[in-house]
Design a protein around this ligand. Sequence first.
Ligand code: ZN
Length: 48
Amino acid sequence: MKTPLILRNLDLPHLCDICGQRRSQGDHKRCSRKRQQIGQQRRQQEAQ
Ligand SMILES: [Zn+2]
């Protein structure tokens, strides 16, 4: 059973789960988009 990237980093809530930098620092719009892509990929993989 694989642990999803997002769930794996839930123990670091102050860090962005995509780029690993502080959420309060920088622009994470790309990260949220990437997070959505990962979610869609997971959904597609589960559908196969
Ligand atoms: Zn980020």
